[in-house]
Ligand binder design. Sequence first.
Ligand SMILES: Cc1cc2nc3c(=O)[nH]c(=O)nc-3n(C[C@H](O)[C@H](O)[C@H](O)COP(=O)(O)OP(=O)(O)OC[C@H]3O[C@@H](n4cnc5c(N)ncnc54)[C@H](O)[C@@H]3O)c2cc1C
Length: 310
Amino acid sequence: MPLTLEQREEIAAERAETRPTRRATVPALEEILYDALPVLDHGFVRVIDYMGDDGAVVQAARVSYGRGTRRVSEDRGLIKYLMRHRHTTPFEMCEIKYHVKLPIFVARQWIRHRTANVNEYSARYSILDKEFYVPAPQHLAAQATSNRQGRGDVVVGPAAQRVLDLLREDAERAYANYAELLNEDEGGARKDPSWPGLARELARMNLSLNFYTQWYWKTDLHNLMHFLSLRADVHAQYEIRAYADAMLDTLRRWVPMIYEAFLEYRMNASTISATGLKVIQRMLAGEQVDQAASGLSAREWRELMAVLGR
Ligand SMILES: Cc1cc2nc3c(=O)[nH]c(=O)nc-3n(C[C@H](O)[C@H](O)[C@H](O)COP(=O)(O)OP(=O)(O)OC[C@H]3O[C@@H](n4cnc5c(N)ncnc54)[C@H](O)[C@@H]3O)c2cc1C
């Protein structure tokens, strides 16, 4: 269970309160504001705050004095134009803040996105909970043979059970040793009075990468879409993709027109190289083109054929 009773009560208290404002708000996002959207076995994503809406991007693009929005069809057209032509700065006018609980190995990939503001739970100051990620059986995959950075077939049967046992045993042992190194009971008193216990900043170092951490993560809409285009993509590791998928849904609620344009021109679109484009032109002209005659490497050829659904 990712949330304690106390944490659930804090969220309920936040959700019970409403504040008057002249700023734009979005009912569909307000509906889930503060709610913990479950991800993986103990993780979550919560939208904590946001600034702007579809209209704010239109307003910034037109540098308007008022709301700047016109007919829905005109606004939609403008947003699509901005997205298509990578006129990105109007999207930087909207911001969103998330609270995320995630395994440390996912956090290591996530933190590579430098264009966000982050504040992480301090394991120097506080004691980490005994919560670690163990993949669901359908996500226990073997190493891919065709792609060194990917997964192959799902591991099943006794081998899968052995993997799950090892993951749990290692994490349980690491946490038991962490607790012994801390030498503190719940009230902060020494469990073993014969020694002071190790500092929290040192005791944490034996914990494995599947233990959960938490952070507040704030970014603007442009950089959020950049993050999602990389991390909700099929090439991203499943575990970070699970978070990106939950965040895609918050994007849909928050800025529906931008979400639509994002799917159309970024997420479900493709970039084709100059040589790839020539191959398509030759094919459209009725020429039989194979990889050897295409000027593309075998890998590029496979990627282009996948994009073309061949
Ligand atoms: C499928 C996948 C596999 C990956 N594999 C590896 C790997 O094997 N090893 C590894 O180390 N990383 C790996 N990465 C991480 C990847 O290389 C990027 O570090 C990560 O995706 C962040 O991307 P970004 O720099 O575009 O994002 P952000 O840091 O959010 O930056 C957004 C954009 O801002 C600009 N920007 C930000 N900071 C700077 C800067 N200092 N200088 C210039 N421009 C800047 C760039 O245009 C950048 O695209 C992988 C990522 C993915 C999605």
